[in-house]
Design a binder for this molecule. Structure first.
Ligand code: NOJ
Length: 520
């Protein structure tokens, strides 16, 4: 029997990120909402994902479009009500989908009642919920940390008290002080609140920043000028993570996922947040998001990522796009490459994360200066999902952001049922992964391959269904490459069945072709 049969749900799941403002609009105000999402749940079921992760839907002034939370235990009216949320969870569960919520522990909105109270006076009972410091001896911010957006100091002076407060992001996002036990307790209660409502886990926003400790030393010269949200803030974070893990595990370890948005550039630092199996269950690996589409670069990245995860005994994650970066069609410069990238993402060992709209092959919207909304310049990848085959994708003239390029042609309506579409490509890949335990849980071995090709094998002893050994070969170049893949039974790839133009039993990969082959 396969020893990995008994694995937590997130090892075999494909998790799909919903950016709720842009997914589906139920009430016609131009902003996506929970009723819209509920109505379009069948799209996700037909796609074949296993879990959805919702970017924040909590009450928020929307300075950072929901990542500035003003109440952790409610729903912003723009998205709907708690009853809408409960209905969504019930429907998702009924359809066999898990629901993961964004959890924003590093900061709140400056309109959160805790900050409003904390700001009232230095003697406020909630003052220590946030990080306050006197000005530096010569005046000015207490240390040299930079905020994430706009190359500004990570400190804002509160004129009334003469003290600065810390914000690793916008001034409207003051950092919580996790050295204050009541913060730890109240933020743990937030997790308990949502678990009691049925959610299956959390994606914890910039969770590697929470345990900063009281000292807040200046960044060393080599880091000065970089945003402080990428720093290793020391042992405090690990202590907090062990605590959060205990809360999320409760008395049912394996039921609820704690996934960390470990957006750092140092691999060992990223891996450190997995602890000794006692911190995060999964940590996002964003290094791949910054890798160019090149076989040698990817091979190097995969080797290091697998070696690192094996060393700490952790399960990897893979992601190509999210709401913070240009979409991969835009980054890689072509839909053909994006198709090959999708084969890669969905056949590697590790949990794949999809970002809404990548299954339609969306590129970033072109946002004219007068429509720019996000202080971080990320509007393009947040454009609304086109549902109908019309220029407005069914959103009408009030859509909060411009539609992506060629919205009608990339809509769900235009792509569904068309074998050559990106949507059907994703559906086939997701069905293949689900039907092939060797792809979900098998070991991975990177193989030698001609220049420009990446090739690996997945193997699982005695799988309940499907082949025990599967080979994947991806041509990262725009030229055909001979002797690039083993002969075997073709299970899938970038060339849809029935319309192959190449000798599919042969060992040549066409330009930008990826192929999945069963060997045994
Ligand atoms: C990471 C989120 O993904 C991003 O959208 C947000 O702006 C920052 N964290 C701050 O919460």
């Amino acid at each position: 029997m396969d020893p990995s049969d008994d694995v937590p749900w997130w090892h075999t799941a494909v998790i799909y990120q919903i950016y709720p403002r842009s997914f589906a609009d139920g009430d016609g105000d131009g902003i996506g909402d929970l009723p819209g999402l509920l109505e379009h749940l069948p799209h996700l079921v037909d796609l074949g994902i296993d879990a959805l992760w919702l970017s924040p839907v909590y009450p928020s002034p929307m300075a950072d479009f929901g990542y500035d939370v003003a109440d952790h235990c409610a729903i912003d009216p723009v998205f709907g009500t708690l009853a809408d949320f409960d209905a969504l969870v019930a429907a998702a569960h009924g359809a066999g989908l898990k629901v993961v919520l964004d959890y924003v522990p590093n900061h709140t909105s400056d309109r959160h009642p805790w900050f409003v109270e904390a700001r009232r006076s230095v003697d406020s009972p909630r003052r220590d919920h946030y990080v306050w410091r006197d000005p530096a001896p010569g005046g000015g911010p207490p240390n040299n940390w930079r905020a994430a957006f706009g190359d500004e100091p990570a400190w804002t002076l509160d004129e009334a008290s003469g003290q600065y407060y810390l914000h690793l992001f916008l001034p409207e996002q003051p950092d919580l002080n996790w050295d204050e036990p009541r913060v730890v307790e109240e933020m743990s209660d937030v997790l308990r609140f949502w678990m009691a409502r049925g959610v299956d886990g959390f994606r914890a926003d910039v969770v590697h920043c929470i345990g900063k400790g009281p000292e807040l030393p200046d960044a060393p010269d080599e880091l000065a000028g970089l945003p402080a949200c990428i720093f290793d803030h020391g042992p405090g974070t690990h202590e907090c993570l062990r605590h959060l893990r205990r809360v999320v595990d409760g008395d049912e370890p394996g039921a609820h996922l704690l996934l960390g948005e470990t957006a750092v550039f140092d691999r060992d630092q990223q891996l450190s947040y997995l602890g000794l199996g006692d911190e995060l269950h999964l940590a996002f690996n964003f290094l791949i998001l910054h890798a160019q589409w090149d076989a040698a670069v990817w091979r190097h990245e995969l080797e290091l990522a697998y070696a690192g995860h094996d060393r700490v005994g952790a399960w990897p994650t893979w992601v190509l796009s999210n709401h913070d970066l240009p979409r991969h069609v835009t980054r890689y410069g072509s839909e053909a490459r994006a198709r090959a990238a999708a084969v890669t993402l969905l056949t590697l060992r590790g949990t794949p994360f999809l970002y809404q709209g990548e299954e339609l092959g969306l590129a970033d919207a072109v946002v004219p200066p007068e429509r720019v909304l996000d202080p971080g310049g990320r509007d393009g990848c947040r454009a609304p999902i086109p549902w109908t085959a019309t220029d407005d994708g069914g959103w009408g003239p009030r859509a909060w952001l411009p539609m992506p390029p060629d919205a009608a042609a990339h809509s769900v309506a235009a792509e569904a049922g068309v074998p050559t579409s990106m949507l059907e490509h994703y559906r086939r890949l997701l069905a293949l992964r689900r039907a092939t335990p060797a792809l979900q849980r098998g070991a991975i071995e990177l193989l030698d391959a001609p220049t420009g090709v990446l090739r690996w094998r997945r193997s699982l002893e005695h799988p309940a269904t499907g082949p025990a050994v599967v080979e994947v070969a991806v041509n990262f170049t725009g030229d055909a490459v001979a002797d690039a893949v083993s002969a075997g039974t073709v299970l899938g790839g970038t060339v849809p069945g029935g319309s192959a133009t190449l000798d599919r039993a042969g060992r040549t990969l066409g330009p930008d072709e990826a192929r999945v082959v069963a060997l045994h």
